[in-house]
Design a protein around this ligand. Sequence first.
Ligand SMILES: C[S@@+](CC[C@H](N)C(=O)[O-])C[C@H]1O[C@@H](n2cnc3c(N)ncnc32)[C@H](O)[C@@H]1O
Length: 222
Amino acid sequence: MLIDILTIFPEVFIPLEVSIIKRAKEKGLVKINIYNLRDFTRDKHKQVDDFAYGGGKGMVMKPEPIFEGIEYLKVKSDKSSKIILLSPQGTLLTQKMAQGLSREKHLILICGHYEGVDERVRTVVNREISIGDYVLTGGELPAMVLVDSICRLIPGVLPKKAVEEDSFSTGVFDWPHYTRPPVYRGLKVPEVLLSGNHREIANWRQKQAEERTRALRPDLIK
Ligand SMILES: C[S@@+](CC[C@H](N)C(=O)[O-])C[C@H]1O[C@@H](n2cnc3c(N)ncnc32)[C@H](O)[C@@H]1O
């Protein structure tokens, strides 16, 4: 999969250079390119924002660098591209949406800033995605959240079973996890997990997952 990100702050994308995403890139399962929108400007000041027509204090991201950035990336790619605008007004990101996007060949992500992007950008966008009902300063963190949620679902990035058992994949939350030591500050690992009885462990985990989901997010239980 190829993911191209258009931003005015390319330097903030460090989280995509570590851990599981780093390994996915090294294995050739995903390629992530960060493009500076200023490189798609044509004026000597490389201006990416301007005042809002109609007045108001906030700046608006100009349409030209975004349109030209998208055109450049679409021409460069031999794959069919999905263009996504990160926006608090978009559809809320879910695991199901991430699963769908993990099957795409090429994603182009647009990070807004200031008051957001010029409205005309919406005419070239396939999808508008929000990471939650709150407003952040820019689309960079949302883009990284989206990329992370997608990358871990690309086949081969993580063991299939681990991903299938994650919260939101099965309809219930993941079960409680423990590691060594068996007793820590008087807190014991549940006996059943030390028993070696795989059937009992599986039953215990399922029960815990259901109870936890019912207690914390009853809306998820069908
Ligand atoms: C300060 S916000 C603009 C908010 C806009 N004036 C509004 O109220 O809808 C600047 C940029 O941050 C990004 N952004 C902020 N919150 C977001 C969220 N919850 N999900 C996705 N992107 C978000 C978007 O790219 C947006 O264009």
